[in-house]
Design a protein around this ligand. Structure first.
Ligand SMILES: [Zn+2]
Length: 386
């Protein structure tokens, strides 16, 4: 890979600057010679009134904006390899897309700035490395730079590495904040469309976690049919089984749950009342676990993280039980006391005993002292497995 160090002014870069509001992309600059957001670049994420504004303040203070890298595609054709967030920020500013606060706290668009400040921005010199090399070479390098600002996340890197028709199509569907389905999807998927979290989830589901392999295999596909169908199927399945949308559903491993449980049948009305019951149960600590607990037939209580007895309660019950056991010369574990083993009269230390619900939580037993007993660890474990 060959690199040449060049200097451009902001004025030159902004010549013919086009920003696409719809796709949140800075498109072109340098009088059309420069493609600001090639396919493998992530979306513009600085439009938050902070990072974009910070770029402008840096220029007004004369701070350097850092190195920028262009890829020389052919004679007279350049693409931004690194620096598109910064370029799009000042491009949007000088074309009046956002305002900054001046020294008096007043909002100012570029056109409202004093002439000397406008010139200061336009004449800012940018240091730019123009790189020339094989596509694979440049992408490999791009994968490793991660300089300036927010590092690329895993999916953004994968999009860069496996760029091609498949990624382009997939991004149109899953990385497009204008897609009307996003609202519905975000009930079950956490993260942001712009940072590729929805695309990441969709790929994770269809590939059963082997995203890189999947993207590599489908890289040159013109169709994303399988990805779309699988994703839609999982989403439909969730919304058929669970009539209610609860905030704890967001970000669960729905792809895995679908694979395990989609062949079981559920009565959505019953499921719904179970969900409500468990949400109202003060002993259920993990609401996120409710959904898999129900899908699995309400057997694995561990998923709910039922509240346990606190140490003070355990200690009081232990002392009470041990005192009585000593009086009657039997074990302080009531189950050992009933047994015919050497442990029949054994007095266990508190560390060797666990607090246990006399009436199980699943049968309505409360987590308070009246429903607490201590058992030796062996008996407690045996009881818990029933
Ligand atoms: Zn015991």
């Amino acid at each position: 890979m060959r690199t040449t160090l060049k200097q451009y002014t902001v004025r030159e870069i902004c010549e013919g600057f086009v920003y696409n509001e719809y796709e949140c992309k800075g498109l072109f600059g340098l009088s059309g010679k420069l493609t600001i957001q090639p396919e493998y670049q992530r979306n513009y994420i600085y439009a938050d009134g902070k990072r974009d504004v910070a770029v402008i303040y840096s220029m007004l203070k004369g701070y350097p904006l850092g190195l920028i890298y262009f890829n020389k595609v052919s004679e007279g054709k350049l693409e931004v390899l690194d620096g598109q967030q910064r370029i799009t920020s000042f491009g949007r500013f000088v074309t009046g897309k956002f305002a900054i606060k001046d020294a008096n706290g007043m909002e100012q668009y570029f056109s409202g700035l004093a002439k000397d400040l406008q010139d200061m921005i336009m004449n800012t010199q940018l240091l730019i490395y123009e790189c020339e090399g094989e596509e694979s070479e440049i992408k490999e390098w791009f994968k490793t730079i991660n300089i300036a600002g927010i590092p690329l996340n895993e999916q953004e890197l994968l999009n860069a590495v496996y760029s091609g028709p498949f990624v382009t199509k997939a991004k149109e569907q899953f990385s497009n904040s204008q897609n009307a389905n996003v609202q519905k999807w975000s009930a079950y998927i956490s993260g942001s469309v712009n940072r590729q979290d929805f695309l990441h989830t969709a790929l994770h589901w269809v590939s059963k976690g082997n995203i890189g392999n999947y993207m590599s295999m489908h890289r040159n596909d013109d169709s994303i049919q399988e990805l779309e169908t699988y994703f839609t199927t999982v989403i439909e399945w969730i919304s058929c089984v669970f009539l209610d949308v609860e905030s704890e559903m967001r970000g669960l491993e729905w792809g895995r749950l679908y694979e395990i449980y989609h062949k079981h049948s559920y009565n959505p009305q019953e499921v719904s009342s179970l969900v409500h019951e468990l949400y109202a149960d003060p002993y259920v600590k993990s609401r996120k676990g409710i959904f898999e607990y129900i899908l699995g037939g309400c057997t694995d209580k561990k998923m709910l993280e039922i509240r346990v007895f606190d140490e003070a309660t355990k200690k009081r019950v232990y002392e009470q039980q041990t005192l009585e056991a000593k009086k009657e010369q039997k074990s302080n574990c009531p189950l050992c006391a009933l047994s015919d083993t050497n442990n029949k009269t054994k007095i266990w230390g508190i560390k060797d005993m666990d607090a246990d619900h006399v009436t199980a939580w699943s049968k309505g037993g409360a987590t308070d002292i009246s429903n607490c007993q201590v058992l030796c660890k062996t008996h407690n474990r045996a009881k818990g497995n029933k």
